[in-house]
Design a protein around this ligand. Structure first.
Ligand SMILES: *Cc1c(COP(=O)(O)O)cnc(C)c1O
Length: 361
């Protein structure tokens, strides 16, 4: 077996111990004689996995009693629509901070549902290279909520301090940085994340919602789309993707064994520093387009002196065992996604590759 070092933006690399454990018990889940792929979502074997997965999220993210953890489907993209469907009442308006591709998509979906204001932007000369500061935001004190994109997977920007929105609920798309560091969940009305970047495989979306907000889901939307329904049904109102939940549990067990969110923060900052130190030490060759205070510790982006050199680096990296470093087609360059599961030693190896590439070019 030869596994590549996978820097893909998502679905992304998973911790090897999680994959190996799943492999060992794939045919027979804990002596039940049935695979987790085959167990009923209403049975005791799955319920145990479900409960442990939820409990680990509560523990590792320190989710307070005021909030509930939900498992949903349709990815973050479904949440772009479900957030306004549930939280944007008639006659109300929602504030959105536009920090690039995913924020724009969230704004586009919300506009279909109701009234939207753009309360801030990370755009500088046509490119989204920074996170606007609190003082730049023009927040509406009567907004139904304020929506932000915590880590801009494509642009390589990330919030390092979340905006203070006062009494207005803060909603965050944390798809590409959930659990990369400790976060004060009590400051958020709602957090959502597709699992396939930092939590597990594709197929499940984690939603952490303040219970009183979930209770507000209107009866005018179909029941399966209401946060209230999912909360009351313990996320089991229909056939949940059981195996993705099982895999998220495997990943969370691994995160816990590493030391939880504080350990993830140290590990991720260490990996990011390896890359950014190389970039900053050699500005004639490497360039990070993102403003320093807005740089992502999850999805760093880097440009080389020419597109031809970038293409060459991507091809040579793959030949050397590093996959998934091509930047998003909308921004170009390289993107090295260093989610929780990526090992610091693998980032160090990649930095050595880049140094050798630089020396040869
Ligand atoms: C990947 C990503 C999405 C899209 O997620 P889907 O699960 O494919 O809908 C949305 N927002 C952010 C920040 C992402 O990184």
């Amino acid at each position: 077996m030869s596994r590549l070092i996978n820097f893909s933006a998502g679905p992304a690399t998973l911790p090897l111990p999680a994959l190996e454990h799943a492999q060992r018990e794939l045919l027979d889940h804990e002596g039940t004689g049935i695979s987790m792929l085959e167990h009923s979502h209403r049975g005791a074997a799955y319920q145990k996995v479900h409960d442990e997965c939820k409990a680990l999220l509560v523990e590792l993210l320190d989710v307070p009693d005021t909030h509930a953890v939900l498992f949903m489907q349709g990815g973050a993209s479904a949440q772009f629509a479900l957030v306004p469907m549930n939280l944007l009442g008639p006659g109300q308006s929602a504030d959105y901070v536009n920090t690039g591709t995913w924020s724009k998509k969230a704004i586009g979906e919300a506009k279909i549902v109701g009234q939207v204001r753009v309360a801030g932007t990370g755009e500088v000369n046509g490119a989204f290279t920074r996170i606007p500061s609190q003082s730049e935001l023009k927040l509406d004190p009567n907004a139904a909520y304020v929506h932000i994109t915590s880590n801009n997977t494509i642009m390589g920007t990330q919030y390092h301090a979340y905006p203070d929105t006062g009494a207005v609920p803060l909603v965050a798309d944390m798809s590409s940085d959930i659990l990369c560091r400790p976060v004060d969940v009590s400051k958020f009305g709602l957090i959502y994340a597709g699992a396939q970047k930092n939590l597990g495989p594709a197929g499940i979306t984690v939603v952490i919602v303040r219970k009183d907000l979930a209770e507000r889901s209107p009866d005018t939307i179909p029941s399966i789309f209401r946060y209230r329904t999912i909360l009351e049904g313990d996320s089991l109102q229909n056939t949940i993707p059981t195996f993705p939940v099982y895999m998220v549990r495997e990943v969370l067990r691994w995160v816990k064994a590493q030391g939880g969110a504080p350990a993830m923060k140290r590990r991720n900052e260490e990996k990011a520093a390896l890359l950014y130190d190389l970039i900053d030490a050699d500005p004639d060759f490497f360039r990070c387009p993102v403003e320093k205070g807005s740089r992502s510790i999850m999805t760093p982006v880097v440009r080389l002196p020419s597109e031809a050199l970038e293409k060459k680096a991507i091809a040579e990296a793959l030949a050397a065992g590093f996959a998934g470093i091509k930047g998003h087609r909308s921004v170009g360059g390289l993107r090295i996604s260093i989610y929780n599961a990526v090992e610091p030693s693998d980032v160090a190896k990649f930095v050595e590759f880049l140094k050798a590439f630089r020396a040869a070019n």
